[in-house]
Design a protein around this ligand. Structure first.
Ligand code: GAP
Length: 445
């Protein structure tokens, strides 16, 4: 993890937020390559969950919902973690994670493990961030930053049903920020207080719930595999009965073997009719579907694949990180799936003279209409290749003296290091073809 964190900082993928003020607990900012990477993760999610299908529609609901939303969903009452505080060091810990956490004063021990530790009784701590809506703080209404995007979908069920001309089975997908006042965030962007979720609520006739739960569980695991995560670092873990959330009759997690161990990447839950029934009760609106074929009203059941964009980006980064040796020189390389790579092609003149930069810029201008590319003329060619390898650029396009004679360039592949001459006129088509082709990791492990 340290190596990934250090690469992210060095190359400006992700860095601690408000760093000039000393940072703010487990909040991170994304720099240029991080934004491009996370955008690609989200784009691939939209592609798989919406663009490639006819049965899912998009939504972008507000972060601040009516406060009754969180009463109905159960978050106000039950979205809590057990918290203990140490009277000696003043630090707060999750009571159910004590064995895995370092003591505030003696990191070699766990909280409560040193005679000087003085822990309070455990109490329930609500993870929702509360704020006030209205111009006067004292008289404003208490509202909450959403802790999940899902509820924005449920409260819009009736709206979407009326304009989308969909009938169950159909889904509503949403990507956006969620906020949780986690007691012990950490492990870089794995657990933050502000993060992005990619959630889809799939509404189905009750009798089809089991089948769709199985379908989405497999489909979501396969999405990570298709984007290159190693099969031996990915697994499905069904929840035991005592782990299930109050709303769920079945949940499976897609887990990834992060450097911190096997951890949840995404959860797929059968939420039954819990959410629509609750919001119908609290709002007084009927949240049902009328099936004209049977002349019956029913409350659809919901299958929910809920993923985190930051956590997925972290898994892809950890899986992609590699070090190897070329000609006796060490290189760090991100073996990202080309579709996820922040930059698809780097255009590099071999030398900064003889008309090569001019031709290289011409190649870059033509190429950037089709793929995300970057021009770099600074430093020895080997160093420029390394810089691109480190950010995961799958193709380096080099303009050399021959290019000026026959209008061809070399295309170097990040993984195989193979170099091939390609005509400039055919370059765009060729790169797009390669980007569409299936990709496999060159060196397992
Ligand atoms: N609507 C269901 C729901 O929110 P969840 O398991 O609490 O379920 C879904 O969250 C996903 O959101 C997780 O699998 C994880 O990828 C991501 N996530 C949750 N809390 C997070 C946090 N504090 N930091 C980063 N990602 C988080």
């Amino acid at each position: 993890m340290e190596k990934v964190v250090s690469l992210c900082k060095r190359r400006g993928f992700v860095f601690p937020s408000s760093e000039i003020y000393g940072g703010i607990g487990s909040t991170y900012d994304y720099g240029h390559y991080g934004v491009l990477l996370k955008n690609n993760v989200k784009a691939q999610w939209w592609r798989a969950l919406l663009l490639d299908r006819d049965d899912v529609v998009a939504l972008d609901s507000a972060i601040i919902q009516h406060p009754r939303t969180w009463e109905a969903s159960g978050h106000l009452e039950g979205f809590t973690d057990p918290l203990v505080e140490c009277r000696t060091c003043g630090q707060r810990f999750r009571a159910d994670h004590l064995e895995a956490l370092p003591c505030g004063r003696k990191p070699s021990r766990h909280p409560g493990g040193d005679p000087a530790c003085d822990l309070t009784e455990s109490r329930s701590f609500n993870l929702m961030f509360e704020t006030t809506m209205g111009p006067v703080r004292e008289t404003g209404a208490a509202v909450y930053l959403r802790p999940e995007t899902a509820q924005g979908i449920f409260v819009n069920f009736k709206n979407v049903l009326s304009f989308s001309r969909k009938k169950p089975p159909f889904g509503i997908a949403q990507v956006g920020k969620s906020f949780r006042n986690e007691i012990t965030p950490g492990n870089f962007i794995f657990r933050m207080r502000e993060f992005e979720q990619m959630e889809m609520e799939f509404f189905v006739p009750p009798t089809e719930a089991e089948r769709w739960f199985a379908y989405w569980t497999t489909a979501r695991r396969d999405w990570y595999l298709e984007l290159g995560l190693r099969a031996d670092r990915l697994r499905l873990r069904p929840h035991d009965a005592d782990e299930l959330s109050h709303y769920s009759s079945a949940t499976s997690d897609v887990e990834y073997l992060f450097p911190i161990g096997w951890s949840e990447l995404e959860g797929i839950a059968d939420r039954g009719d819990f959410d629509l029934t609750q919001h119908a009760r609290f709002s007084g609106e009927k949240l049902e579907y009328f099936d004209q074929a049977t002349s019956e009203h029913y409350v659809p059941h919901v299958i929910e694949p809920a993923a985190g964009a930051d956590r997925a980006a972290l898994a892809f980064l950890c899986d992609a990180y590699d070090e190897d040796e070329i000609g006796g020189e060490r290189r760090t390389v991100l073996r990202l799936h080309p579709r996820l790579a922040p930059v698809k092609a780097a255009v590099l003149p071999l030398v900064r003279k003889d008309g090569q930069p001019e031709l290289a810029r011409e190649v870059r201008d033509a190429l950037r209409e089709r793929v995300m590319c970057e021009y770099d003329e600074g430093g020895a060619i080997g160093r420029r290749y390394r810089r691109q390898d480190e950010i995961g650029t799958p193709f380096a396009v080099t303009v050399d003296h021959q290019s000026l004679e026959d209008r061809t360039v070399t295309v170097r592949e990040r993984d195989s290091l193979a170099q091939e001459r390609v005509a400039i006129d055919a370059l765009g088509d060729e790169l797009e073809r390669r980007l569409r082709a299936p990709w496999t990791r060159p060196h397992p492990g």
